[in-house]
Design a binder for this molecule. Structure first.
Ligand SMILES: *Cc1c(COP(=O)(O)O)cnc(C)c1O
Length: 398
């Protein structure tokens, strides 16, 4: 059998396995070091009691004749209704909301809608699956110079306040946009998102808006969904997830919103196709996870989401304060769980190694998220409080 040439196009070394490898090598040569990770964006705190009771109840019901359920391709109706009312003020019908096993999985699948050869525009730096998923879907060519052929990188740096120059977006492209952003922690405001929507409409583009960190927004003026912006329902799909706000990274539950008003250039409905795809290659999310999701969105559950996100934002503040005290420029961490620290003129992997060797703290080198991440380091606020405090003390050795 011939190998899929799109796989061959992927540049070797996905970011996180590479970090894990360097950590292992360091640990092997320094067995006494107690390494703390502020690297990967994986949640660390337990699922809170009310939400957990929803998961337990979901599992219990499966063992009863009355409560048993099987396939539910687009997801539990009640959960879709709840998502529409909690996150979108009831703006969407349940048939515009698709429950999934996570936002990353949806991001990987959504390109089936557009096919190979689609033009792609991404914020640079960006969450790796936008680029790597595009390469796997045949939307991009091989790696050349600092990026993949067929992908337009939109630099987001201190120079432009981490919001890209929208003039760089090519006509007819699929735009990946993440706010609050992973890795930079920057959050786009209403004016910025309005200009993004207007650019997408005028250039006949579709936006895949990743709102996985929306529940970390504390500033009431910042939009929590792209659909707060006028006409976004004609040019955007939103993906979101229970992973970070409810601690569901291992439970697996997310959703996508594909408005019925979203059309291809030919006038056909994107929603109809996504419904078809969901039923064809995906049989939906676990009904136990969905029972947990339902509990997470009732009054008690929403309090728990607030509590959990407040906890991680507390970690973020500690990290941010520690870096500022050291005179290191950084952004993020106020409405997002990531702090993006600038080490001007230095190589990200070299700073990564320095922090690992001097402080025994694992971070993520910015260059791993795209060429414009060079010179930056991402600190993740996902960690136990005592570990974060200890890591902050050790950073003083820098
Ligand atoms: C963590 C994360 C997700 C969530 O992915 P799941 O598959 O739902 O766990 C999505 N987007 C970004 C940018 C993330 O960092």
């Amino acid at each position: 059998m011939r190998r899929n040439s799109y796989i061959a196009n992927l540049k070797a070394g996905y970011l996180f396995p590479e970090i894990a490898k360097r950590r292992r090598e360091f640990a092997a040569s320094h067995p006494e070091a107690k390494i703390i990770s502020l690297g990967v964006g994986n949640t660390t705190e337990p699922v809170l009691p009310h939400t957990n009771a929803g998961l337990v109840e979901g599992a219990r019901k499966l063992g009863t004749a009355e409560g048993y359920s099987g396939y539910q391709d687009e997801g539990l109706e009640q959960l879709r209704e709840k998502i529409s009312s909690v996150f979108y003020r009831g703006k969407f019908n349940i048939d515009e909301i698709f429950i999934s096993d996570g936002a990353k999985c949806d991001i990987g699948r959504l390109q089936i809608l557009f096919g190979a050869g689609t033009r792609i525009a991404v914020q640079d730096p960006s969450y790796p699956v936008y680029v790597d998923g595009s390469v796997l879907a045949g939307a991009a060519g091989g790696f050349e110079g600092a990026g993949y052929k067929g992908i337009t990188y939109l630099p987001c740096t201190a120079e432009n306040n981490f919001f890209p120059n929208l003039e760089l977006i090519p006509q007819n492209s699929l735009i990946y946009f993440c706010s609050p952003n992973n890795p930079t922690g920057a959050v786009s405001d209403r004016i910025q998102l309005t200009s993004l929507v207007n650019a997408a409409i005028s250039k006949s583009c579709i936006i895949i808006f990743d709102a996985a960190y929306s529940e970390f927004i504390r500033d009431p003026l910042l939009p929590k969904t792209i659909f707060e912006i006028d006409k976004a329902d004609t040019c955007a799909i939103e993906v979101n997830s229970f992973s970070k706000p409810a601690g569901f990274t291992g439970v697996r539950l997310g959703w996508s919103v594909v408005p019925k008003t979203l059309k291809y250039e030919s006038g056909e409905s994107v929603n109809t196709d996504w419904n078809r795809i969901a039923g064809t290659i995906f049989n939906g999310a676990s009904n136990i996870a969905q029972a947990g999701g339902l509990a997470a969105l009732d009054v008690e559950g929403l309090k728990e989401i607030r509590e959990l996100t407040n906890f991680y934002l507390g970690n973020a503040k500690l990290i941010r304060d520690a870096l500022i005290k050291l005179g290191i420029n950084c952004i993020g961490g106020d409405n997002s769980p990531y702090i993006w620290a600038h080490f001007s003129g230095r190589d990200s992997w070299e700073i990564f190694s320095q922090i690992l060797e001097k402080c025994h703290v694992v971070t993520t080198p910015g260059a791993g998220f795209g060429p414009a991440g060079q010179g930056y380091i991402r600190f993740s606020a996902f960690g136990h409080r005592a570990d974060v405090e200890e890591a902050c003390r050790r950073l003083e050795k820098l």
